[in-house]
Design a protein around this ligand. Structure first.
Ligand code: AMP
Length: 393
């Protein structure tokens, strides 16, 4: 199964319909973090160099739940792209309004941005007719929206059926994500070490199951660690730890025949988020206290394992890193990854925020733009919308 690379295609004079993930944080009409748009620029620039007739860009923003919400208009995004490229960007009224056909027929217009796809309830429901209408805007289709490719939404999943196999392509961002994640899953240089943190075992159970097969070592941190510790009879005090997560952790420990799972051996604790933090020098946490970060001995032992790794995957913070006094574990891991010679992949969400905050993002091999999407890719080795781009050759 293969996916077409648009760089090799003759797209001269074509109308190119491309789905991006421009779902950026916006406050008072100002974009707070442009990373997602910046990551799409290589594809946009490469297309413009190909002498296409028009680029029709699509994206969602936030969760308008099928209603037009001015606050979630793509207007600031149109402005940002126009400024960046020095080319005017025409924003449509809705993603299917009659004016789009007029814009498509105006010769001098190069860049069109369709208004927020999720203003139409059909987008998230997955609707063939909506997808077909969108498809009529382009001669060819490109998916560069990795962050939503695990969803069966109209603009990434249903739309592909309206383009012949030779007319659907992956964008450069999507291709890079696939390359990095396939390397992890199919031919990682060994030892392959995974760090999994975050809030709940339940959210990441399927990913952990898969990594237990693929990886050589699994280092657990964050609130995720307490159900594992409790399952082993260790006291976790008032730390986040649901009975369901303890059951899931028990089943994972039972399956871990290769003793791949590593757990924290000390903790940063406090009575509450606001109270002063202290170190507990062993695994057990007193009844009155909660664990909010991994301790220094754990950092040192994880560091040793990370230093000998040749491939590293990281998803989820090692503690409540949003609060300074509980951020050391997460920041230390970010620093270790940055200084490692291994092939390093940081998978989405809070771990990406943490690595950006620490200033080390340039030093990791690959930062995934999709948290949920990268975890689902690891679980299944593909994603629904990516599968739809593929063909037998
Ligand atoms: P996730 O989305 O599952 O990766 O979870 C990320 C969230 O888990 C972040 O908001 C962290 O602050 C939170 N978190 C990580 N460790 C802890 C902890 N020990 N106690 C409470 N929250 C935590």
């Amino acid at each position: 199964m293969a996916i077409n690379n648009f760089l090799e295609a003759d797209l001269e004079g074509k109308k190119v319909l491309a789905r991006f993930d421009f779902n950026v944080p916006i406050k008072d009409g100002e974009i707070q973090d442009t990373t997602r748009i910046d990551f799409a620029m290589p594809t946009i620039n490469a297309l413009l160099e190909k002498n296409i007739s028009k680029l029709i860009m699509m994206s969602h923003l936030g969760r308008p739940k099928g209603e037009i919400k001015k606050k979630l208009s793509l207007e600031p995004i149109a402005r940002y792209i126009a400024e960046k490229l020095g080319v005017e960007v025409y924003l449509s009224e809705t993603s299917t309004d009659a004016g789009i056909k007029t814009l498509l027929n105006l010769g001098h217009i190069k860049l069109i941005l369709l208004e927020n796809l999720r203003f139409n309830p059909e987008e998230t429901k997955g609707d063939n007719e909506f997808a077909r209408t969108l498809s009529t805007y382009g001669d060819v289709y490109i998916n560069d929206a990795f962050g939503v490719s695990h969803r069966k939404h109209s603009s990434v999943f249903h739309i592909t059926q309206y383009f012949s196999q030779k007319d659907r392509f992956s964008g450069l961002l999507l291709a890079n994500e696939i390359k990095a994640l396939d390397k992890l899953l199919n031919f990682p240089d060994k030892p392959f070490v995974c760090l999994i943190g975050g809030a709940k075992v339940e959210d990441k159970i399927k990913t952990i199951e898969r990594l237990l097969i693929k990886a050589d070592k699994l280092l657990i941190g964050g609130a995720m660690a307490y159900p594992f510790l409790k399952a082993k009879g260790i006291k976790v005090g008032k730390s986040l730890c649901s009975p369901k997560d303890v059951d899931l952790a028990k089943s994972l420990i039972a399956r871990d025949k290769g003793k791949k799972i590593h757990l924290p051996i000390d903790h940063i604790v406090s009575e509450s988020i606001e109270s002063e933090a202290s170190i507990i020098d062993n695994k057990n946490i007193d009844d009155a206290l909660s664990g909010f970060d991994i301790g220094p001995k754990t950092i040192a032992s994880y560091s040793e394992i990370i230093n000998s790794a040749k491939t590293i995957f990281w998803n989820g913070p090692m503690g409540l890193f949003e609060i300074d006094q509980f951020s050391k574990g997460t920041n230390s891991i970010a620093e270790m990854l940055a200084n490692s010679d291994a092939f390093t992949v940081v998978g989405g969400g809070d771990s990406v925020n943490a690595i950006n905050k620490s200033g080390y993002s340039e030093k990791v091999s690959h930062i995934s733009t999709g948290g949920g999407a990268s975890l689902e890719y690891i679980e299944n080795g593909t994603l629904p919308a990516i599968q739809n781009l593929k063909y037998n050759h």
